[in-house]
Design a protein. Structure first.
Length: 68
């Protein structure tokens, strides 16, 4: 699975291996992202953090807050 983290004009791509049956939130933890502060898309569609991943997908993660 490929995970893209988009922040402003920068995009970071990572490959993550998760077995079928894991949730989107598990993927976020694997890449060190906070689920509470992220919008996650599959294609152009937002998905809930408890969505079960049952096939290879490309997730786009957009942080919704920044530190300050």
């Amino acid at each position: 699975m490929t995970v893209e983290t988009v922040r402003a004009a920068a995009t970071r791509r990572q490959s993550v291996c998760v077995p079928p049956g894991h949730r989107v939130n598990d993927v976020l933890r694997a890449i060190g992202a906070a689920g509470e502060g992220s919008l996650v898309l599959i294609g152009e569609n937002p998905v809930p953090l408890d969505t079960i991943i049952d096939r290879p997908v490309r997730l786009t993660v957009i942080p919704t807050f920044s530190g300050g």
